[in-house]
Design a protein around this ligand. Structure first.
Ligand SMILES: [Zn+2]
Length: 635
């Protein structure tokens, strides 16, 4: 009965509107200029698969048939062709082994299983439900969520739950890579990096690298359970739902846009989603009609998530609710959304905003609106990549960059979910005389308020410190200065003291602790007293020809000091490289006299632009000799 109704509906529409279906060899990827601050254009290009919409600059990008594009041109629109022949483009990617640079879903699963086996103390893998095809017995996959936390088998209600997801849209193949890399980063650095250790111990981090594994597999292979589907899989966006109930997968008619299927303001209008099942933004026949959205709904209902990031591509925007209408969330949430978004985009330069700010087209039935509107989770949709970087298929040179530029935001969101007091160290007085007092100045601010008001406990503010190589730690209270938010303490000095290690700690009234450096007490900041005989003494110990000492602090934020010594006058070159092996900055290239020397890197490249968070390598080169050191920059 339903089937009959749908056939009657679809035939006249196909004739009248000519949606983007049919022979894929006549599809192009285009950019169309429209007047800024118009939302209407979305309705003016029926049939076009809109992939990006920048209301501020008046640009629409998307996929359309050649005859439709000619119609747009005839109507007076300025149309630029980005990819002339999508089918040829697909063959080119396939033949150049482009897809081998991305994880298949079985590869993601195998890596996650391996991590759960090798690190059972902090990694747990959970099957949270079945995909559409799995339920229908047509192949398909389990949807897996990986948890990273200490005592990982237990649900700890005192630790904030943080959600990371990706790949709701099948073609957005960079997004699982961001999650997989973050998983490895947390596990690989748990024992070495005090900041990662702190986050893992104090949060419950849940990561779902693919919410639409069936669709992901179709995009990567073009195979549908043994049958090669004759359509171009590259642009597939939806799940594999059999809309016309013919027990076959046909991209012309099948699939639901999972990010239009969530049950908050579902079907609010026909701009933010489509009621037509052959369209790319088809919202499904009912809210939560799809197994994949049901899985996410039920999973979220079982946890108390504070924040979520569900990655999409592309547009280099960092979106927060609302999606369905040009409205901001009410205060105080709006301020929290903005503060969180601003902190994330500080790492990658994306534009923060929502539908109201014109950064994106309206979306109804989206995950963010449900996560926030129904569950009060601070939910974000980052859109990774850009037209210039290759749209959904990043140029190979941009794959690692798009992954790396989102490591900082992932760490930041994990941190912010726990609402720790925010501490900044203002101490830069490294050069003092022996016996001086060493004043620590800290700016301490309340955390971004996500779960409820909790005032700072100013009596808890303290600096903890130790001298030279001693392991004994002393503590001093940090006392409020008349200036707003500034607290100080004076660490006594003495002639025999040439280095002080210290960290700052503050709590709120719920006992949530913030530290500076963030990985304290395992990581400490250092005050070095520059006395010439101390340095000479130090260099005398460096008996060998030359050496490179671990940079300090590490991980670092504002700057880090790189200390090296040479036994005799030598040419020394010190260069910073990123994890791709690309030169970031030359710090030294000179002949240095015998002794210990120091250079400072402030985390900028040769053009003096701040570089993204991540792993960097400091390479000291002298003649044939080369010393390498790994450094971690955390913004
Ligand atoms: Zn998407």
């Amino acid at each position: 009965m339903r089937l009959l109704t749908r056939i009657i509906l679809v035939i006249p529409v196909l004739l009248a509107v000519s949606p983007v279906i049919g022979g894929q060899d006549n599809l192009s990827f285009v950019s169309i200029r429209v007047a800024p601050m118009e939302r209407e254009p979305l309705k003016r290009f029926p049939g076009m698969d809109i992939t990006a919409f920048d209301d501020r600059n008046g640009i629409i990008e998307g996929i359309a048939r050649h005859d439709e594009i000619e119609q747009y041109r005839s109507a007076g629109y300025q149309v630029e062709t980005l990819i002339t022949d999508m089918d040829a483009f697909y063959r080119q990617l396939r033949d150049s082994q482009y897809f081998a640079r991305f994880h298949s879903y079985p590869q993601m699963l195998a890596e996650m299983q391996q991590l759960a086996e090798s690190h059972p103390e902090i990694v747990m893998l959970q099957d949270i439900g079945d995909s559409y095809d799995k339920i229908k017995g047509r192949g398909g996959y389990d949807i897996w969520a990986l948890k990273i936390s200490d005592q990982v088998e237990t649900e700890d209600s005192t630790e904030a739950d943080v959600l990371f997801g990706a790949n709701i849209h099948a073609r957005e193949i960079i997004t699982p890579e961001i999650i997989m890399t973050f998983i490895h980063y947390l596990v690989d650095n748990y024992y070495d990096d005090p900041w990662v250790h702190h986050l893992v111990d104090n949060r419950e981090i849940w990561l779902i690298p693919s919410i639409n594994p069936d669709g992901h597999e179709f995009v990567l292979t073009g195979n549908y359970y043994g049958d090669l589907v004759p359509e171009n899989p590259l642009i597939w966006r939806k799940n594999m739902s059999d809309n016309d109930e013919d027990s076959l997968f046909n991209p012309l008619f099948d699939g639901v846009d999972l990010n239009r299927n969530f049950g908050y303001e579902w079907g609010y209008d026909n701009i933010g989603s489509s009621a037509e099942y052959y369209e790319d933004t088809f919202r499904g026949f009912a809210p939560f009609s799809e197994p994949e959205t049901q899985v996410i709904r039920d999973f979220v209902n079982q946890h108390q998530f504070v924040t979520s990031l569900i990655y999409h591509s592309y547009s280099r925007v960092w979106l927060y609710p609302w999606e369905h209408a040009a409205l901001d969330p009410p205060e105080p949430d709006l301020s929290a959304f903005k503060a969180l978004a601003d902190s994330c985009v500080a790492y990658n330069g994306y534009a923060p905003g929502n539908t109201a700010s014109g950064t994106i087209y309206p979306v109804n039935g989206g995950a963010d609106d449900w996560l926030y509107g129904e569950k009060h989770i601070f939910s974000f949709t980052p859109e990774v990549g850009s037209r210039d970087q290759g749209m959904f298929w990043p140029d190979t040179s941009f794959i690692a960059i798009q992954i790396a530029e989102n490591l900082g935001p992932n760490l930041y969101m994990t941190y912010a979910a726990g609402e720790e007091p925010i501490i900044k160290d203002r101490t830069f007085k490294d050069y003092k005389q022996p016996g001086d007092q060493y004043t620590i100045i800290a700016a301490i601010k309340p955390p971004i308020r996500l779960t409820g008001p909790a005032p700072l406990d100013t009596a808890s503010f303290r600096v903890c410190y130790r001298y030279n190589n001693s392991t004994h730690i002393d503590t001093l209270p940090l006392l409020k200065e008349p200036a707003l938010d500034l607290f100080t303490a004076d660490i006594p000095g003495a002639d025999s003291i040439y280095v002080i290690h210290y960290y700052i700690q503050a709590q709120d009234s719920l006992g949530r602790s913030g530290f500076y450096p963030r990985g304290a007490p395992a990581a400490m900041d250092t005050l070095t007293i520059e006395i010439s005989n101390v340095i000479q003494d130090y260099s005398a110990k460096m008996a060998q020809e030359y050496s490179l000492i671990q940079n300090y602090p590490n991980p670092f934020n504002a700057q880090t000091k790189i200390t090296f010594s040479v036994a005799q006058s030598s040419p020394v070159k010190i260069v910073i490289y990123n994890h791709l092996g690309q030169q970031v900055r030359e710090l030294a290239n000179d002949t240095y006299p015998a002794g210990t020397h120091r250079v400072v890197w402030n985390g900028t490249d040769a053009a003096n632009h701040a570089v993204a968070s991540g792993i960097y390598f400091c390479v000291l080169q002298s003649g044939e000799q080369r010393l390498v050191q790994k450094m971690t920059l955390l913004r």
